[in-house]
Design a protein around this ligand. Structure first.
Ligand code: SAH
Length: 229
């Protein structure tokens, strides 16, 4: 039988080791490290990869997709610093692990995923943790989620050929966005800031490798099953 996840001392120990690795990778904000203590990553990955759930590595989650490396997600949180009164749009729910971390720091999280099965699995894990301030949508996230725009923070977890203009339009002023931009093989992580009508962009991390953002504002058509808004 699956052990009771939150209290299982084995998983707790693994989580502490992961937090140490995240700290060593350069994120030493106590607030951020505590988030990783609160969210059991194994709930967000398929059972077959549970033994690797607390390694600081990307983990395969099926459908050709991967959950990002935890220390990279810590870096996202460190750069974006969402606060309790901010709305966040996430493009690429994937496992839902970053969604959960964001839900603990922000007012509400709106997360779009093109693979329905991943969105459903993320929903189950988020429900298990009782995170009620998350709305999930199946569809092409490159066109954002107009209904709840503008967003103070936008997080893109898949690689794009450019900063998707629709997402830029759905970014609040002031607002912050992180998006990996480059080729399909290699990207720079671009931090976009909107303030007083001005938009600035800077590369905050070079040579990253993300799965491709597939959609009208990314690498061509997503073949998304549900494009409604
Ligand atoms: N932060 C997530 C990252 C998952 S990988 C995690 O750690 O689990 C990126 C995800 O983006 C994949 O699940 C992929 O299916 C999704 N994706 C790719 N293109 C997309 C699009 N246009 N709209 C929504 N999701 C997309």
């Amino acid at each position: 039988m699956e052990p009771e996840p939150l209290s299982d001392p084995r998983f707790l120990g693994y989580r502490r080791r992961l937090i140490e690795e995240i700290r060593e990778s350069g994120t030493d904000s106590l607030e951020i490290l505590q988030l990783f203590d609160q969210v059991p990553r194994h709930l967000f990955v398929p059972e077959g990869v549970h033994p690797r759930a607390y390694d600081d590595t990307p983990v395969s989650i099926g459908y050709g997709q991967t959950a990002s490396q935890p220390s990279l997600q810590a870096f996202y949180l460190d750069v974006l610093k969402p606060t309790k009164n901010e709305r966040v749009l996430e493009v690429g729910t994937g496992s839902g692990y970053l969604t959960a971390l964001l839900a603990l720091t922000a007012d509400r999280v709106y997360s779009v995923e093109r693979v329905r099965e991943l969105s459903l699995r993320a929903r189950r894990a988020l429900d298990q943790l009782g995170l009620a301030n998350v709305a999930l949508l199946v569809g092409d996230g490159t066109i954002g989620w107009r209904k709840y725009a503008p967003y103070h923070v936008i997080v893109v977890s898949a690689a794009s050929p450019s900063v998707p203009s629709t997402l830029l339009n759905q970014l609040a002023d002031p607002g912050r966005m992180l998006v990996p931009v480059g080729t399909r093989k290699e990207q720079d992580l671009i931090f976009v800031r909107k303030e007083g009508g001005n938009v600035t962009q800077e590369s905050v991390r070079e040579r990253c490798t993300f799965v491709p953002l597939l959609g009208s504002g990314g690498w061509g058509d997503s073949g998304s099953p549900d494009r409604r808004r």
